[in-house]
Design a protein around this ligand. Structure first.
Ligand code: SF4
Length: 191
């Protein structure tokens, strides 16, 4: 297995990253937050305005919903590690560009290697497609385990999408996190 770099060393190195032009617009680089030895790594898309201002992922309205959904799975924010595909905010919250994903994801790879989680919960299309190396959308992949190397990958809808579609998507998001909680407790018993 490749060498594991301590998370705090990775974070210190990332602070000065200029691998893509997004560094120019950032207030804060948003590296990630949580338990460095977490069983569950949550991977989202990119920082928004609140995250850029505070330097922490998922702290705005989407983040509040994610925290609530983690609770449905029996998890607190402190028990997981939360990161994004991109560490700096795209202007106007536009979608990540392929060249930005290519430039930034070595950080995520090193984070994943360092944390060595059992589960990776991919939040939304960008994280799901990157981690599973697929063009399929999260709608088709959500709510079940996909194996990627030694990781169990569990895609869910992005909370921002659920907030825009409260009647149709939010119940599915809640259902998926409930099932995640069941899977985690089953693995604890049998693993
Ligand atoms: S988005 Fe990623 S690759 Fe681009 S400057 Fe920020 S940390 Fe570096």
């Amino acid at each position: 297995m490749a060498e594991q770099i301590p998370l705090q060393d990775l974070q210190a190195s990332a602070q000065s990253c200029r691998r893509c032009p997004l560094w120019e617009g950032r207030t804060n680089l948003v590296f990630g937050v949580g338990d460095a030895n977490a069983r569950v790594l949550v991977v989202g898309e990119a920082p928004g305005a609140d995250e850029d201002a505070q330097g922490e992922p998922f702290v705005g309205r989407s983040g509040q919903l994610l925290t609530q959904m983690l609770g449905v799975a029996g998890l607190s924010r402190d028990q997981v590690y939360i990161a994004n595909i991109l560490k700096c905010r795209p202007p106007g919250n536009r979608n990540p560009l392929p060249e930005e994903i290519e430039a930034c994801t070595p950080w995520l790879r090193e984070q994943t290697r360092s944390i060595d989680p059992e589960y990776i919960v991919t939040v939304g299309n960008f994280a799901t497609q990157f981690i599973l190396k697929t063009d399929m959308g999260v709608t088709k992949l959500r709510g079940r385990i996909h194996q990627a190397g030694r990781f169990k990958v569990y895609p869910v809808f992005h909370p921002a999408y659920a907030l825009r579609n409260r009647n149709s998507v939010l119940p599915q998001l809640e259902q998926d996190f409930r099932l995640l909680g069941e899977l985690l407790s089953q693995d604890s018993v049998t693993g």
